[in-house]
Design a protein around this ligand. Structure first.
Ligand SMILES: NC(=O)c1ccc[n+]([C@@H]2O[C@H](COP(=O)([O-])OP(=O)(O)OC[C@H]3O[C@@H](n4cnc5c(N)ncnc54)[C@H](OP(=O)(O)O)[C@@H]3O)[C@@H](O)[C@H]2O)c1
Length: 272
């Protein structure tokens, strides 16, 4: 039996305007949860609100997740509209493509701001409300690249390793309070992610075809929230890479240096 019922759970979902976050919002609402959804593109959030079956269960709060005032407003909205907060899903994220040497300090800062500092600070803002919540949980949408880093995505990998390490530490800190900290690590997923990368520099790996849909990833993440499973790696290839890296790190190094993550480094595109 599920450890956590979703009906009437009060949730915040970040990055709800597209891809995985949009699907998370739809599926949570369909399961009877109440959702505060956020992202910068308000028109996309309005479209989502117009589509869902239970719009009265959805509150949209548009803004940049790097803005501390927005993060406070999200927690306040859950309190004001739903009377509290039980589930925080940190999903908003960005990528950058290209060798580290070709990137700028600003690229590194921006990736870390969105993928690490913003979700961690949202957790800080949400913790008092989560402590008062029913069966509370924090779910961080990470990546397989939080377990094994690859070339041309150094800043992104670093940000996802950081949220992985943070999640492990926080899980132990909050265990005695009954707050689950769940880390979900998808592999390449069909979404707007690759077209939204903030910078593409130098030689880049050829585009890999998404192995999973955003709906699949959302479904697995929600299942992990329901069961309270602490860590999920979603694809077979991802699991294989993680085990190879743990058991034979030198081979894993050779593999990603030679082929990149999606087996495409030998087919690199021209310098942009
Ligand atoms: N797609 C993949 O292959 C893949 C694989 C592994 C992990 N992931 C992870 O999955 C998560 C969701 O990505 P996705 O694939 O669904 O990509 P996506 O379709 O590009 O969605 C990213 C979401 O993040 C939001 N976002 C980005 N920067 C933001 C900011 N500064 N403030 C507020 N919201 C911001 C975007 O909304 P706005 O632009 O409207 O602000 C959008 O809703 C990310 O954390 C990503 O790292 C993706």
């Amino acid at each position: 039996m599920a450890r956590r019922q979703l009906r009437d759970q009060r949730a915040i979902v970040t990055g709800a305007s597209s891809g995985i976050g949009r699907e998370l919002t739809r599926q949570l609402l369909a399961a009877g949860a109440k959702v505060v959804a956020t992202a910068r593109r308000e028109d996309r959030l309005q479209e989502l609100a117009a589509e869902v079956a239970a719009p009265q269960q959805l509150v949209i709060v548009p803004g940049d997740i790097c803005d501390g005032a927005l993060r406070t407003a999200l927690v306040s909205a859950a309190d004001e509209h739903f009377g509290g907060l039980d589930l925080l899903i940190n999903n908003a994220g960005i990528g950058a493509l290209g060798p580290f040497a070709d990137g700028s300090p600003e690229r590194l800062r921006q990736v870390m701001e969105v993928n690490f500092f913003a979700p961690v600070e949202l957790i800080r803002a949400a913790l008092p409300a989560l402590r008062r919540g029913r069966s509370p949980a924090i779910c961080n949408i990470s990546s397989i690249l939080a377990h094994r880093a690859v070339p041309a995505k150094s800043e992104y990998c670093a940000s996802k390793f950081a949220i992985h390490g943070f999640s492990d530490a926080l899980r132990s800190e909050l265990a005695s309070e009954g707050i689950d900290v769940i880390l979900v690590s998808p592999s390449t997923t069909e979404s707007e992610f690759s077209s939204a990368v903030i910078e593409k520099s130098g030689r880049q790996p050829a585009k890999g075809k998404g192995a999973m849909t955003s709906a699949d990833v959302a479904k697995s993440a929600i299942k992990a929230v329901q069961s309270g499973k602490h860590e999920v790696i979603l694809s077979l290839g991802g699991k294989g890479l993680v085990w190879l890296d743990r058991l034979a790190p030198t081979w894993a190094d050779w593999l990603v240096t030679r082929f990149g993550f999606d087996g495409s480094a030998g087919r690199q595109s021209k310098k942009s």
